[in-house]
Design a protein around this ligand. Structure first.
Ligand SMILES: NC(=O)c1ccc[n+]([C@@H]2O[C@H](COP(=O)([O-])OP(=O)(O)OC[C@H]3O[C@@H](n4cnc5c(N)ncnc54)[C@H](O)[C@@H]3O)[C@@H](O)[C@H]2O)c1
Ligand SMILES: O=CCCC(=O)O
Length: 497
């Protein structure tokens, strides 16, 4: 297939060990797991299979590094993050090659991910020196009240494979800005990008023990449990499915730690009759097929008002015809493989289920065995209805289901008929409608007349079963701080008065 894996300019970015206390380490058991290119199934390499004891050692390293790191000034931490940002951008091409290799997304998308990921270090380098407390008018005469913001302590971070760089930097950036130390469990499917980030952390001068990147595949549940049940870990931040998020929340309950969860979505994407057709089609294409549909904010249910439905379906399908699916390193490829067989099975099952309930496939609908077993045709299905599996669960793949609707009230009801609420989108030129619908949708983020909403400066997070807390933005750092209130009594009048 294609031209093969391009060599890294800087070969020292390819690591096959975990990074603990500033050292590259194996699992104490000596066990490793294999990582394969999702496009070709060829072996990329192996990584240490950490267990509970290895995880404890990483937690201890983060705890030992905390007392001195929390004393650094915001300005000092800012410089470290800024340097890390710059090193990521200087090595953008190599990091992108690693992302494409282990995740499968095309190089153009991978380069975009590196810039997006580095943006969180840049953003939080700017937040680090601005951790202001408050002065509060006291209710008791002679008292003075003020607050200080303190790092929560050691943080356990667990992230998924769909953005091998960005999901980790979105957590490490604010954690370090706040003065916390971290143990980050990289995704078992895509650990090499995270390891390269650790190498760059070292070059950026981040002190040993502040950033620990641990690895596991099969042992992931015991690693997760060790992090959640540790009393030393004062904060857990997880990105992944709602199912695993709920499990980690339960496991964390006995140690009463601070939690944030970025979980699953099932984004409604609504096109009203009054929308600009061309931009609605472009927005839906970008939103639905980004990373072959494997993002938590991808459109999952595309609702199109009946007056514009036929025209939209035609124009949307026409655009999908222009996609070029293949190996992420090859020239002109717009969409890569899915991550693994389970993802292919889910996509297939949603297509079959839609067809068996009366949905009509306009394009795609099949696997692409000539390319490899993880490839699936970008698919458009019309005449979707609410009783289909795709309406109820996130597909996390390249299948666009077009649902017709009559009125604004009908579509808002359908859009909100989901237990999750991460992102939602709609296209309309009617200003009053923009306010009404934005206020009515039960989601944490809304794109109006755009299908792309992610940015380091914008709060990212959901409502309902999509999770707790916000990442990125001026709010992201709040997840990593405790507010301490200081009440100073007995001030009294001026002496001698
Ligand atoms: N809201 C967000 O920001 C966001 C971002 C990316 C993905 N997601 C969600 O993630 C899901 C897709 O990823 P997935 O199916 O691989 O999710 P998943 O929850 O099965 O796995 C995600 C990651 O969690 C870890 N993990 C898995 N089981 C674990 C356990 N028992 N204990 C501790 N850690 C565990 C692994 O590192 C894995 O890479 C989708 O639902 C998607 O919406 C959400
Ligand atoms: O998949 C979830 C994260 C996607 C994003 O940050 O845009």
């Amino acid at each position: 297939m294609g031209s093969g894996v391009p060599p890294l300019d800087d070969k020292s970015l390819l690591k096959s060990k975990a990074y603990v206390n500033g050292q590259w380490v194996d699992a104490k058991s000596g066990k490793t797991f294999e990582v394969h290119d999702p496009a070709t199934h060829k072996l990329i390499g192996t990584m240490p299979e950490f267990d509970s004891a290895d995880t404890e050692a990483a937690i201890s390293a983060a705890a030992a590094a905390l007392p001195s790191f929390r004393k650094t000034t915001g300005r000092e931490r800012s410089r470290m993050l800024r340097k890390w940002y710059q090193l990521m951008m200087d090595n953008q091409e190599d990091l992108a090659k690693l992302i494409t290799w282990e995740n499968g997304k095309p190089m153009a998308d991978a380069r975009g991910e590196v810039a997006y990921a580095a943006g969180f270090f840049e953003w939080f380098s700017e937040e680090a020196p601005r951790l202001y407390g408050d002065t509060i008018p006291a209710s008791v005469a002679g008292n003075r009240v003020f607050t200080v913001k303190e790092p929560v302590g050691v943080c356990g971070l667990i992230t998924p494979w769909n953005f091998p760089a960005a999901m980790i930097t979105r957590k490490i950036g604010p954690a370090l800005a706040a003065g916390c130390t971290v143990v980050a469990k990289s995704p078992g499917e895509t650990p090499f990008t995270a390891a390269a980030l650790a190498e760059l952390a070292e070059r950026a001068g981040i002190p040993k023990g502040v950033v620990n990147i641990i690895t596991a595949l099969e042992n992931t549940p015991q690693v997760g449990e060790t992090i959640c049940e540790s009393d030393t870990v004062r904060k857990v931040s997880f990105t992944g499915s709602t199912r695993v998020g709920k499990l980690l929340m339960k496991q964390s309950s006995s140690t009463m730690k601070k939690l944030s969860f970025e979980l699953g979505g099932n984004a409604p994407f609504i096109v009203f009759d009054d929308a600009d057709l061309e931009s609605a089609v472009a927005g839906a294409i970008a939103c639905k097929f980004r990373s072959s549909g494997q993002t938590c904010v991808c459109a999952n249910r595309i609702y199109v008002q009946k007056g514009i439905y036929e025209e939209f379906a035609r124009a949307f399908t026409e655009k999908v015809k222009g996609f070029k699916v293949g190996y992420g390193y090859d020239e002109g490829i717009t969409h890569g493989p899915l991550i693994h067989e389970a993802a292919i099975k889910k996509v297939e099952s949603h297509v079959k289920d839609a067809e068996s309930h009366g949905g009509k496939v306009l394009i795609g609908g099949q696997k692409l065995p000539d390319l490899g077993s993880n490839f699936f045709q970008p698919t458009v299905i019309r005449d979707m209805t609410s009783d289909m599996a795709l309406a109820k669960e996130e597909t996390f793949g390249p299948v666009a289901g077009l649902f017709p609707f009559d009125t604004e009230a009908d579509v808002v009801k359908m859009a909100n008929a989901s237990e999750v609420g991460l992102a939602g989108y709609f296209f309309s030129k009617d200003l009053q409608r923009v306010y009404r619908v934005a206020e009515a949708l039960e989601v944490g983020m809304i794109g109006v007349n755009t299908g792309l909403i992610s940015d380091a400066g914008s709060p990212f997070g959901g409502v309902k079963h999509s999770g707790l807390g916000r990442e990125g933005s001026k709010y992201g750092i709040d997840e990593y701080i405790n507010i301490k209130t200081v009440t100073l009594g007995g001030i009294g009048p001026l002496q001698g008065s």
